[in-house]
Ligand binder design. Structure first.
Ligand code: ATP
Length: 325
């Protein structure tokens, strides 16, 4: 009970003289809270992409949230049709989302002019596609392929820089060969050099090992990892390849156009890699439970929740039994 009779009277601050004035309090309240993902290198906030074909709407991304830090190397996995390529097309500036926020290295992808888009695609991001033929021009050598984007961006197409990149990716010996004179894995490693030609901040790869055998896949993934570690470039790889998804620090699972799970890998004190899977909680508290968990317990329309001291219990919708305790 307040016995002072001075209800809501400003309270003097300990040893600080006067209490804050109304205008100070207003200024404090108005001070911007850090926005969602303000410091992320890649930010997707409630991203929506709806395709309309012949009157039919397909919602490929339905409010996807994703934050990626500068210098991260992450894999994106998900069933066919879950929205992985749609997401990569948005991040690469090839496609424009229907709604939401998409920002890469400070560039707002929904507010770009045609000129901004061209500059963004030439200088901020580099991409590697699954089809080796889509990455390289067949009548140019590896070195010429790497120098081409430098020329197109108006940069100096230095032979030495092209050769350094080919060397970093372990394909210096292919510099004078045309794509038809290289294996699929060599072509993909040259494609990474092409993607890195203008020193982008981010590289995006859509199934870069999809057409390769396991030896070549391993070499291509090692090259991507080297680019990430040595050049500090943020790398996002869409993949079905367990060899890739099980070796990155973070794997993001997409289901029905939303991020649904994340697997984080870290080394234990004895050097063993420990992988832990997490469900993703979105900004309004929605949680997607893995389908194999819900079907194992016949969870369908609703579940019973109980808040415990350090966790939340989730039970099927049926009367409580002693076993639930
Ligand atoms: N241009 C388009 N027009 C209409 N629908 C599209 C288009 N592109 C993709 N879709 C639809 O959007 C959804 C997501 O497709 P997307 O290609 O992003 O999936 P994905 O996860 O990359 O699949 P996959 O692993 O098979 O490549 C699918 O239902 C797909 O049919």
């Amino acid at each position: 009970m307040n016995t002072s009779g001075a209800v809501n009277a400003p309270r003097p601050l300990d040893g600080a003289g006067d209490a804050p004035t109304l205008s100070e309090l207003e200024a404090q309240a108005g001070r911007a809270q850090p926005a969602f993902g303000e410091h992320a290198h890649i930010l997707c906030d409630n991203l929506v992409r709806i395709y309309k074909t012949e009157g039919v709407e397909v919602v490929a991304l339905q409010g996807l949230d994703l934050l990626i830090e500068k210098g991260e190397l992450i894999a994106i996995v998900g069933a066919s049709g879950s929205g992985k390529s749609t997401l990569l097309n948005v991040l690469s500036g090839l496609d424009v989302p229907t709604a939401g926020i998409a920002r890469v290295a400070g560039t707002d992808l929904l507010a770009m002019t045609a000129k901004d888009r061209l500059r963004y695609r030439r200088e901020v991001v580099g991409f590697i596609w699954q089809q080796t033929a889509r990455n390289l021009l067949p009548y140019l050598t590896a070195r010429e392929n790497v120098r081409l984007p430098m020329r197109l961006a108006g940069n100096k197409a230095r032979v030495a820089h092209a050769d350094e990149l080919l060397d970093l990716l372990g394909v210096a010996y292919c510099a004078d060969r045309r794509p038809s004179e290289m294996s699929g894995g060599e072509q993909q490693r040259v494609a990474i050099a092409v993607a890195l030609a203008n020193s982008p901040q981010v590289i995006l790869a859509d199934e870069p090992t999809g057409e390769l055998d396991s030896d070549n896949s391993e070499q291509v993934f090692a090259a991507l990892r080297r680019a990430n570690r040595e050049l500090g470039v943020t790398a996002v790889i869409v993949t079905h390849d367990a060899l890739v998804s099980e070796q990155v620090d973070r794997t993001v699972g997409i289901r029905d156009g939303r991020t649904s799970s994340e697997t984080l890998r870290r080394a234990s004190s004895d050097g063993e890699i420990i992988a832990e899977e997490y469900a993703v909680l979105d900004r309004v508290g929605r949680l997607q439970l893995p389908r194999d968990f819900t079907s194992a317990l016949d969870m369908e329309r609703r579940v019973r929740l109980e808040l415990e001291r350090d966790h939340i219990g989730v039970w099927p919708d049926r009367p409580k039994t002693g076993e639930d305790e």
